[in-house]
Design a protein around this ligand. Structure first.
Ligand SMILES: [Zn+2]
Ligand SMILES: [Zn+2]
Length: 432
């Protein structure tokens, strides 16, 4: 895949990067390390200027937030007491609704909420606390339809932002093949007018969503949904300054993002179609050509997110609506390092190298997005530099995930004989 857009280095003066959807350690299946101070530290490493708090409905976490955050100079945002110059926080939570609607049981939808201040958060918690157990999970579960949730929230404050989360995941999403709907109208009915942004999630990118004309009027946002610190910012949004809660809401309402940063959706376990048992991987077109049956054993194929998109799409692949913010794809720096060193992502040497790169290159986003390659060439090991170059160009080897098998993105081909071009200074900081 070729990147069709890349920001210029001077862009950094005009934009800030925001990751609005994360979880605290009070959500199920999250890392114990998800504390406010860890979020601040990693947001700085990544180069995020604004992050969601996550989980503001959880009483213990809310207490932690109130104790550790103070109002930022930017109206409606907060900052960590221990690092007042650090990343800003916006109060956020993800909630889960499991309900019956339109003659179908077990609809499951996740929704991301943003709130302008602690007072509104407390009103939300008072209302939702009467309808579900807020202490049970940082992502609380409710048994009523999501359109009812919107009604309740609108009654509390019109400033609350309501964003359907990761809209294509097979479970827990509005278009999900297992528990979702075929249209936004069907799900939200008359409350749809209060929705102005949709989260594309890790399983889809804006390019996939541009194929549905029904989504044109919505701002497509990209967030990490991080459950552990290092996953922060694996997707993010670039907003134009000035920064404030109101300006953030305006940008979302007007679809006025500078650009979004995407994870390759092919890495997901259910991107393409196929049959794991037979090692069969198919595109939606091929699936249709085979009548939905595995060409090896004849059993029915497991269809993925791309198939679902094609089912609902009214435009061909590659279509881009006018005036949509561009979307670029990144591979996390640790993955580039791991591949260049041929070591596991969790190994000490990869972590150490990552830290060293940040100490000379600035934040991860500065390295991946903004720093001129010639500048990085002065101190980066050639193979890592080449990795960064290829990620920027979108020159990668991609094997899409299917039927529960994770997809694989590789920067270097197996056995590739690599000689760096252009010539790079010998005295690099590292020996590979
Ligand atoms: Zn979710
Ligand atoms: Zn088969």
């Amino acid at each position: 895949m070729k990147q069709d857009f890349w920001p210029t280095p001077d862009c950094l003066q005009r934009i800030y990067l925001a990751d609005l959807h994360i979880h605290s350690r009070y959500s199920r299946a999250t890392s114990k390390e998800m504390t406010v101070s860890a979020l601040v530290r990693v947001a700085r490493q990544k180069g995020l200027q604004l992050i969601g708090t996550g989980d503001f409905t959880h009483p213990d976490y809310l207490k932690e937030l109130e104790e550790s955050l103070i109002p930022a100079p930017e109206e409606g945002l907060y900052v960590y007491k221990g690092d007042p110059e650090g990343p800003r926080f916006v109060l956020s939570v993800e909630v889960s609704n499991i309900f019956s609607q339109g003659g179908k049981q077990n609809r499951r939808l996740h929704t991301l909420l943003l709130a302008p201040n602690f007072e509104v958060v407390k009103e939300i918690n008072a209302v939702l606390g009467a309808l579900g157990n807020l202490s049970a999970d940082g992502r609380p579960i409710f048994g009523f339809p999501v359109k009812e949730l919107i009604r309740l929230l609108r009654r509390i404050s019109e400033e609350i932002v309501i964003i359907p989360a990761h809209i294509w995941t097979p479970w827990y999403s509005v278009f999900g093949s297992f528990s979702g709907f075929d249209s936004l109208e069907e799900c939200f009915e008359e409350e749809l007018e209060h929705i102005f942004a949709l989260e594309t999630g890790l399983s889809s990118d804006p390019q996939m969503n541009w194929r549905l004309s029904a989504l044109d009027r919505f701002c497509l946002v990209s967030n990490s949904d991080a459950h552990s610190p290092m996953k922060l910012g694996r997707e993010a949004n670039a907003f134009f300054y000035p920064m404030s809660y109101a300006a953030l809401v305006e940008a979302l309402k007007n679809d006025a993002l500078a650009f979004t940063i995407e994870f390759y959706p092919e890495e997901g376990k259910y991107h393409y179609d196929g049959h794991r048992h037979c090692g069969v991987l198919l595109s939606p077109k091929e699936t249709r050509a085979h009548g939905g049956r595995c060409p090896v054993c004849g059993e029915s194929l497991t269809v993925g997110v791309m198939y679902r998109v094609e089912e609902l799409a009214d435009r061909p692949e590659g279509y881009k609506p006018l005036h949509k913010p561009p979307a670029l794809h990144l591979v996390p720096l640790t993955e580039i390092v791991a591949e260049a060193l041929k070591k596991g992502i969790q190994t000490k040497i990869v972590k150490k190298t990552y830290d060293q790169l940040l100490s000379i290159g600035g934040s991860e986003f500065e390295i991946l997005l903004f720093k001129p390659l010639e500048e990085l060439a002065e101190s980066f090991p050639p193979l890592i530099l080449e990795g960064v170059r290829r990620v920027r160009e979108g020159r990668l080897y991609i094997r899409p995930g299917y039927d529960g098998v994770y997809g694989k993105i590789s920067i270097f081909e197996n056995g590739e004989q690599f000689s760096p071009t252009p010539p790079i200074k010998q005295q690099s900081l590292f020996s590979l």
